[in-house]
Structure formats: C-alpha cells, structure tokens
Design a protein. Structure first.
Length: 173
C-alpha cells in the first residue's frame, strides 16, 4: 500500500489526459446503474398507472427510448474505458522503461559489472508492466465504490430500513 501513491504519480506522469479520461469513463460507468434504475422506475410507474387508470403517460415511449439509449451508452462507455486502460498501459510501460533507461545511462561502467545490479535493473524494467495492473485495480475499486455509494443512497432514499437490512445481511459474510 505504501507504493500506491508512487505508482499513481507515475501513471499521472505517463499521461494525465489518459488518466483523466479513464477516471471520467469509470465514474460515468458507475453512475449509469442508478440512472437506469431511475428510468426503469418511471417506466414501471407508468405501467402501473396504465393498469389502474387506463391512461398511459404521454412520455412513456420517450422513457423506453431513454432506457435503450442508456443501455447503449453503457456499452460504449465500457469500451471507451477499456480503450483508455489499454492506452494507459502502453504509456505507463513506456514511461517507466524510459525512466529506467535514463537512470541507467547516468551510471558508470563499473556499476554494470556487478551481476546483482544488472539483475535488479532488468527486474525493474520488467516489473513496469506489473504495476499497470495495480492502477487498473484502483480504477475498478473507484468505480465499484461510486456504484455502491450511489446505489446505497438511492436505497436509503426509498427505504432506510431496507438499507439497514442489507448491511446487516452482508456483515456476517
């Protein structure tokens, strides 16, 4: 955990625009389930109104279209986020490799004669790709946290007791 800020700093240095776009995609993807649930609730309320009064909301088909658009947007945002993750992986690996090579170029020749140092330098270069998975895991954690917070807030809005029961049901697990 102590390496997380360093790795995040390296990721930011490798491409601030890519990191920002990836975070925006993850947050949009995290907010999408709540938006879809809100639209689904409106659709179900309209169907219930139809069954009781015989009238359909005038904007019913717009709500159905909005639900379809949100579903398509979810697919697009998922693919776009995957693209930015892949782009960040490439830039991060290249950035760390260039930093390792720049550090290695400043060393004198006698340092390279030590096999242990040469091995350490090679491991540092190879492990640059391993740290990308840490950045992706942190992005997924951010997305899941935002999803949990927004869904919890929406459940608490409709029924605080239901949220308390859900939390109590999860605690033993």
């Amino acid at each position: 955990m102590r390496n997380v800020p360093v790795v995040l700093g390296l990721a930011w240095e490798s491409g601030p625009g890519v990191v920002t776009a990836g975070v925006i995609c993850r947050i949009a993807g995290a907010l999408l389930p709540v938006m879809m649930l809100a639209v689904a609730k409106l659709i179900l309320d309209a169907v219930q109104l139809r069954s009781t009064t015989g009238e359909l909301r005038p904007d019913f088909w717009w709500l159905v279209a909005l639900e379809c658009v949100l579903a398509v947007f979810g697919g697009v945002i998922g693919r776009t986020g995957g693209f930015f993750d892949s782009l960040l992986s490439d830039r991060f690996t290249r950035h760390v490799s260039v930093r390792v090579m720049a550090h290695a170029s400043r060393l004198d020749l006698s340092t390279y004669e030590d096999p242990a140092f040469h091995d350490t330098l090679e491991r540092a270069r190879v492990q640059a790709t391993d740290r990308v998975s840490m950045v992706h895991a942190l992005g997924s954690l951010l997305q899941q946290a935002v999803t949990v917070i927004t869904l919890s807030a929406s459940i608490a809005y409709f029924s605080p007791w239901l949220l308390a029961l859900l939390v109590l049901a999860v605690v033993p697990a």
